[in-house]
Design a protein around this ligand. Structure first.
Ligand code: PAF
Length: 288
């Protein structure tokens, strides 16, 4: 009888993590890091599989980082199904690191990473201090693990730009890989926050990717005016019923500066609230 693969070993302190990784590094193995906040889904697992196929040893970190949540956001209700997460990592990750809050932010902690212009618009404008928390914890995780390659999802497009900027500006010897968005069969981008949606909200949430599809369709048919593209996305989303839109932006995919006319690849990014759940999604528009 074939036995099913075991969950990866779990460590919870930086000292244990370094003990576990010492021999791996001495053997010259290439270490891949997948930073997560847990509540794993197929989007996370696609990153773990990318690391497994490109690296010799894959570390998955699971830490719900309080410093990237603003007041009134969902820190308290963010799901934390650690045992299930470890089961999902069986056969793909080599080590799981799930530190407690005081391991990452010990008393007296007072050093923060502020990334410049790419962290300002879009999510940065709606979630003040969010990217300061993300950049700080990701730099700490990089320093704790010492990966050769780190994997992030394109769903958090702006986050991946912020991290790439930080890696370049701080000369970190780490390759950042951004992997495609994984979607549910109806197009909804996978997210741990989808679990908050009621059945009716979940049905309505499919309109986000439909809106992005409308944008791509308009550009494919020759529309070049970014404001008209954004208006079509807005119209599509609002037709699905009560959804409140934080932003729908058409922006330069590298700088995130607003684009008026779509002449080359452009990012269309959006954030909405459906009931009490905030969702984001994006796509790159490529004029033919
Ligand atoms: O994308 C996430 O899940 C988080 O922002 C990250 C990168 C794990 C940092 O807490």
């Amino acid at each position: 009888m074939m036995s099913s693969p075991a969950s990866p070993p779990l460590v919870t302190t930086v000292a244990e993590l370094r003990d576990a990784l010492g021999p791996v590094r001495r053997e010259g193995k290439r270490i891949g890091l997948v930073p997560t906040m847990g509540a794993l889904h197929d989007g996370h697992l696609s990153l773990v599989l990318a690391s497994q196929s490109e690296c010799d040893f894959t570390v998955v970190t699971i830490f719900v980082n309080p410093s990237q949540f603003g007041p009134g956001e969902d820190l308290a209700r963010y799901p934390r199904p650690l045992a299930r997460d470890l089961e999902l990592l069986a056969g793909s990750a080599d080590l799981a690191f799930a530190p407690g809050e005081s391991e990452v932010y010990p008393p007296g902690f007072a050093t923060w990473v502020e990334v410049g212009s790419v962290a300002q618009p879009l999510e940065g404008a709606f979630r003040l201090g969010h990217f300061r928390g993300v950049a700080t914890v990701v730099l700490k995780l990089f320093n704790m693990v010492g990966p050769d390659v780190a994997y992030f999802g394109q769903k958090d497009y702006q986050q991946s730009l912020v991290i790439r900027r930080m890696v370049a500006d701080l000369n970190l010897p780490i390759r950042v890989r951004v992997c495609p968005i994984v979607r549910e069969p109806d197009g909804l981008a996978m997210s741990s926050r989808n679990a908050y949606l009621s059945p009716d909200e979940r049905r309505r949430a499919a309109v986000l990717s439909q809106g992005l599809g409308v944008a791509a369709g308009a550009v494919a048919q020759g529309e070049r005016d970014a404001a008209r593209v954004a208006a079509k996305v807005r119209e599509t989303i609002l037709a699905a019923g009560p959804i409140s839109i934080d932003y729908i932006a058409v922006a330069d995919p590298e700088t995130l500066e607003p684009v008026a006319s779509i002449r080359g690849p452009a990012l269309v990014a959006l954030a909405v609230r459906i009931g009490s759940t905030r969702l984001i999604d994006n796509a790159i528009l490529e004029p033919p």
